[in-house]
Design a protein around this ligand. Structure first.
Ligand SMILES: C[S@@+](CC[C@H](N)C(=O)[O-])C[C@H]1O[C@@H](n2cnc3c(N)ncnc32)[C@H](O)[C@@H]1O
Length: 388
């Protein structure tokens, strides 16, 4: 039987509410509010420096691909975007590079929202001096629990429409209860234009269940990350509130919830949303790493570590056993021209085993609004509009 089918289809918010158990949004908000901003030097020395860069590259490629599609399908250049659970604004630069015209950032952690706004203002200041950047998008910042509050009511213009909603590394928080998942989806999708996208990155519940089932004590991980399932029984996983603790070296230590994807697809249908794809990070990486622009970006963002290297940054040689094997094969078949060989042995890009194991619990997803229940209209790409 498929892993997902084994998940029991029952419990939801009402049961949680009935049990009088307090939800965990406050715990999550407190965690993110208390996270210290680390300087560039600290980040460079972090054990997960390349993992963070790699994850950032995944977001850049996902955003880049989606913006390209949106621009060609809608024939619109300036896009309006909702960054749902935007944190400290880690994606502001990506939005600027994408040339969007307006951004709304919303997050539960007030301190993060303030830091996001400060970053935005700093970028704006720099943008004014940099004529080449094509100017900066306008922005709004909202502090709200997006699993409980209808954020549309907080927009400066409640009738605003978005071309894209992006929810990066955050959607899983709403699977605490059915009511929270519904509200998060409402926020993500209700104001999307027909043809608009809802994209994100989130832990892949299938992969987590697979690793949990082959673990001892309902816990797996390594020296950079750990997932610990917090309910009793792995055979009857609830649809909502399937809580685990996620620990990521120096960055996250918080309760999260398994996202049962068929349920997400079902809830998204209420907003006319169709799932275009869901891919593991490993799959998404292999599809995009060799594409011209993303290959260059991967280098510039230092999304992979150069191997061999004298600086393993606290990692152990065992972290590179597979890389070493591949590297030896490359050396054995080194067919580079002589003048290049004279420059020294080849270098390859890699991630340590610990970091690779951590990043591959995630997946990317993309939904598109293909119908509008209110008007009965269905979506057609710009090029087909007017076709009979
Ligand atoms: C891992 S961070 C990701 C931040 C940002 N999207 C990024 O990729 O850099 C998760 C974010 O989700 C936010 N978050 C968690 N629960 C939330 C909720 N109920 N409503 C709004 N934001 C929430 C946290 O405050 C945090 O900023």
């Amino acid at each position: 039987m498929d892993q997902t089918e084994k998940m029991e289809k029952s419990e939801d918010a009402s049961e949680q509410a009935a049990s009088g158990e307090k939800d965990l949004s406050e715990t999550v908000a407190k965690h993110y509010n208390e996270l210290k901003e680390t300087g560039l030097e600290m980040r460079t020395q972090s054990r997960i420096f390349y993992l963070r860069n790699f994850n950032n590259w995944i977001k850049s490629a996902l955003i880049g691909e989606t913006v390209k599609k949106l621009q060609s399908e809608s024939n619109k250049q300036s896009l309006v975007v909702l960054d749902l659970c935007s944190g400290k604004g880690g994606d502001l630069l990506k939005w600027r590079k994408a040339g969007i015209s307006k951004l709304v950032c919303a997050d539960i952690a007030g301190t993060s929202v303030e830091q996001c706004e400060v970053r935005y203002r700093e970028m704006m200041g720099r943008g004014h001096q940099d004529r080449q950047s094509g100017g900066m998008f306008t922005a709004e910042f909202i502090t709200a629990d997006c699993t409980k509050v209808r954020i549309r009511e907080k927009y400066q213009d409640a009738s605003m429409k978005f071309d894209l909603c992006s929810c990066q590394f955050s959607f899983h928080y709403c699977f605490e209860s059915l009511a929270q998942a519904k509200m998060m989806l409402k926020n993500a999708c209700e104001c999307l234009n027909l043809g608009g996208y809802f994209i994100g990155t989130t832990p892949n519940s299938l992969e987590i269940m697979k690793r949990l089932r082959s673990s001892e004590n309902k816990s797996f991980g390594n020296d950079v990350y750990r997932v610990t399932y917090e309910l009793d029984d792995l055979d009857t996983v609830p649809l909502f509130g399937a809580k685990y603790n996620f620990h990521l070296e120096g960055v996250v230590d918080c309760p999260e919830f398994l996202v049962y994807f068929p349920m997400l697809e079902k809830l998204a249908e209420d907003y006319g949303m169709k799932l275009l794809y869901r891919k593991s990070f490993a799959e998404f990486f292999s599809e995009n790493a060799e594409k011209g622009e993303y290959r260059g970006l991967l280098n510039r963002m230092q999304g992979l570590e150069t191997y061999p290297s004298d600086n393993l940054m606290g990692k152990v040689p065992e972290d590179y056993t597979e890389t070493e094997q591949t590297y030896q094969e490359i050396l054995a078949h080194d067919d580079r021209p002589e003048h290049v060989r004279q420059r020294g042995p080849p270098k390859v890009g890699t991630l340590s085993k610990s970091e690779w194991e951590a990043t591959t619990i995630y997946c990317v997803f993309a939904f598109q609004k293909v119908s509008d229940k209110a008007t009965g209209r269905t979506w057609k790409p710009h090029s087909q509009e007017g076709d009979t």
